[in-house]
Design a protein around this ligand. Structure first.
Ligand code: GRF
Length: 208
């Protein structure tokens, strides 16, 4: 049984997909032990509490520097004996101390097909604005392992989503969440929990 911590910053619809996935058996061998947000007003914290999951705000603003913030996050994860950290709409750059201690044990959901429309400054609606501005006909979502660079580590799962005529960033964001994010993030957690994922020479492999 893997114990996961889910890091959130906003509404928590990806968190909700994980909560539902554990409940309905789509995500096996997994316990959501902790939910952490950098924003105390994040609705995602409400979703966690409603599901009976320990939830708290740990904000970088409450620490003198990134190292101290990272240490506080690490201490909490060690206290809860966390095996896997899941970034689900989490808008904080992960401190190096966490990436070192949790090498290949932090995953992130990004709302595009990496390496397109990703990196510093590409988050939330900005990603979909970029897709529409480029005139892409296909976009999607990516689950990847987190390393020192933003949206850069080994890609684990991707799912494509069609862009439609008349799409606004909001309409496209909703479609990418519904058709891709809420499917591949739970699936990634299940695969890791089943021991079906390996990383060789920086490439993630899934053995079914
Ligand atoms: C969304 O833009 C989603 O695409 C990205 O994070 C944002 C908030 O998601 N992954 P959530 O509703 O808080 O899970």
């Amino acid at each position: 049984m893997q114990k996961i911590a889910v890091c959130v910053s906003g509404s928590g619809t990806n968190l909700q997909a994980i909560i539902d996935g554990v409940k309905n058996g789509k995500i096996r061998q997994t316990e959501i032990a902790l939910v952490v947000s950098n924003k105390k007003e994040a609705y995602a914290l409400e979703r966690a509490k409603k599901a009976g999951i320990d939830a708290e705000c740990i904000s970088p603003k409450d620490f003198p520097d990134r190292e101290a913030f990272g240490r506080a996050m690490l201490d909490r994860f060690e206290q809860y004996d966390i095996d896997l950290v899941v970034l689900a709409g989490y808008l904080v750059i992960i401190p190096e101390i966490l990436i070192r201690q949790y090498k290949n044990r932090i995953i992130n959901i990004h709302p595009s097909l990496i390496p397109a429309h990703c990196g510093m400054g590409y988050y939330g609606l900005k990603v979909h604005e970029s897709v529409l501005a480029m005139g892409n006909k296909v976009t999607g979502a990516t689950v990847h392992f987190v390393d020192e660079q933003a949206d850069h580590g080994p890609i684990l799962l991707q799912k494509a989503v069609m862009v439609q005529e008349g799409d606004t960033p909001e309409i496209l964001q909703k479609r990418v969440m519904e058709q891709a994010e809420w499917e591949i993030l739970p699936r990634a957690i299940d695969l890791i929990g089943q021991g079906s994922v390996s990383i060789v020479n920086g490439i993630a492999h899934v053995k079914l």
